[in-house]
Design a protein around this ligand. Structure first.
Ligand SMILES: C[C@H](O)[C@H](O)[C@@H](O)C(=O)CO
Length: 492
């Protein structure tokens, strides 16, 4: 049984062909392309049409490589960003990037409508300016609310791509669950939030669960692409949900780090936990596949390195990611540390200066070579993971036994080892194409090839090479952690 999976990250997209023979899942990347937010007159956008073109290109290549019609295709991407469909079925708005400044410009006004606290207790989502709700509120406050009245449907990126393939308008559950407009009790849109923020309920599409069929490619689209018509399956369309689905274990006390542009560190829980501590530490409760919930914290992640790389490229030197990691590996430990989630690091641009300024502000030596900058970032990320792990342990009341690094960030072998050292836990790395792998699992479930997530995870454990890192140098890391804690804001 062959399937196509499409995964869009904030720095790249990929299409994979997967084949399940009843025991093993084998996968092959058949198309990849770069992705990045585009700044025009101080607004940040995604090149949605380019993304769509790469999807169709990937489907064409996938069908050719499959040597027949694949059973289905599944689409996942980062969350929150959306397009609005007008009365004629067209895409009316550009797809903005979640880092766009319009939310920061309107922050005070937005949280006057409903406070951060009230919002968190309403559905447990993290308070973040990138949430769909906050983007919509900013649109209204900047005078674009008429679009919400006039347009027919809001669709998140994977749902938007599915719509252009099938003509069907749905809101996939895992994406809806992180929009800050979802209600757990009814598994539907939250009428209280919609009314307070004046979001017309008709704008939001019916919710569809992962592992079900979202539609069939229209004849026109199939002809346009030049492929046979095939099913589009709703997978865990939030890439993090798909990545977590691909955990190669059924161990209940394992933590995961979905590692890419962001590092999403968390655990799976059987029921949402929303309390003073999840509010205080801004821990998110998000919907997962297989009836699970994802309790996690966003850590700034490899974005910091991606942005440094870009700075070096602008200055005339192109470093491969692995090259930077190798340079960092040769540097001395714990010269300077940063809080990776300091708000200074959120927006694109000028990352080297921002790190330099942070070190000056906190009285630490200023890094002056690529290796030193990356060392600072990697050690700081590893220490932030420890803070997240300990915070989750306190809230959940159990010890996290192991950490699984999922996604492309697992290629960073230095960070894998530093994570084991900082957290004092065995770190398991893989699958590196976790979102795509989890995407395949939900397609297999929809096709009836697997019965449940546990079974799917056993298949992944059999089919994937998992690298193992054991903790080292515990005493030095404990000391560094003591200092690191002094850098965190008081609420942490
Ligand atoms: C804003 C981020 O995209 C989001 O929190 C994260 O969950 C994600 O989707 C990572 O790709």
């Amino acid at each position: 049984m062959k399937q196509i999976a499409f995964d869009l990250g904030a720095s790249s997209g990929k299409v994979m062909l997967g084949e399940f023979d009843g025991t093993y899942l084998t996968t092959e990347v058949i198309h990849r392309f770069p992705n990045r937010q585009i700044c025009v007159s101080n607004h940040l956008y995604w090149n949605f049409l380019g993304i769509h073109q790469n999807l169709t290109e990937g489907i064409r290549k996938g069908c050719a490589a499959a040597g027949g019609t694949p059973v289905s295709i599944g689409i996942d991407a980062y969350c929150n960003d959306f397009g609005l469909i007008g009365r004629n079925g067209d895409l009316i708005t550009q797809v903005r990037c979640y880092r766009d400044l319009r939310m920061a410009r309107n922050e005070a006004g937005i949280y006057r409508i409903m406070s951060r606290r009230e919002l968190h207790f309403q559905n447990g989502n993290q308070n973040a300016l990138f949430n769909t709700l906050i983007q919509l509120a900013a649109m209204r406050l900047e005078g674009d609310g008429f679009l919400l009245e006039q347009c027919e449907t809001l669709l998140h990126i994977p749902d938007l791509l599915t719509y252009f393939l099938t003509g069907q308008r749905h809101s996939e559950y895992t994406l809806a669950s992180v929009s800050q407009m979802f209600q757990w009790e009814t598994s539907n849109w939250d009428p209280e939030i919609l009314s307070r923020f004046e979001i017309p309920a008709k704008l939001l599409a019916p919710i569809i669960m992962p592992g079900t069929v979202a539609g069939v490619m229209t004849k026109e689209t199939a002809d346009e692409i030049g492929v046979p018509r095939m099913k589009v399956t709703a997978v865990g369309e939030h890439d993090t949900a798909s990545a977590v689905a691909a955990l190669p274990t059924n161990e209940p006390h394992a933590a995961y780090i979905s590692s890419g542009t962001w590092s999403l560190m968390g655990v799976e829980i059987p029921e949402p936990v929303i309390d003073e501590r999840t509010y205080r530490y801004n821990i998110a409760i998000e919907g997962g596949v297989g009836g699970r919930y994802r309790m996690l914290k966003n850590v700034m992640g490899l974005w910091l390195i991606q942005e440094c790389r870009l700075e070096y490229r602008k200055m005339g030197t192109t470093y491969e990611f692995a090259e930077l990691v190798e340079l960092a590996g040769r540097e001395k430990s714990f010269v300077s540390l940063i809080d990776p989630d300091d708000e200074a690091f959120y927006m694109p641009g000028d990352m080297l200066r921002k790190i330099r300024d942070y070190c000056i502000r906190t009285g630490q030596p200023v890094p002056d070579t690529p290796g030193r900058f990356i060392r600072v970032i990697e050690e700081s990320l590893a220490l932030k993971y420890r803070w997240v792990m300990e915070t989750l342990e306190k809230i959940l009341g159990y010890r996290i036994e192991s950490i699984h690094i999922l996604g492309g960030g697992g290629k960073d072998t230095l960070l894998n080892q530093l994570t084991a050292n900082a957290c004092g836990r065995t770190v398991y790395v893989g699958p590196q194409e976790a979102a795509l792998t989890g995407n395949f699992l939900m397609q297999l479930q929809a096709a009836g090839a697997i019965g449940n997530l546990e079974q799917g995870r056993e298949i992944i454990a059999r089919s994937t090479q998992i690298a193992i890192y054991e903790p080292q140098e515990q005493k030095a890391w404990d000391e560094a952690y003591e200092y690191f804690l002094t850098l965190l804001p008081l609420s942490e």
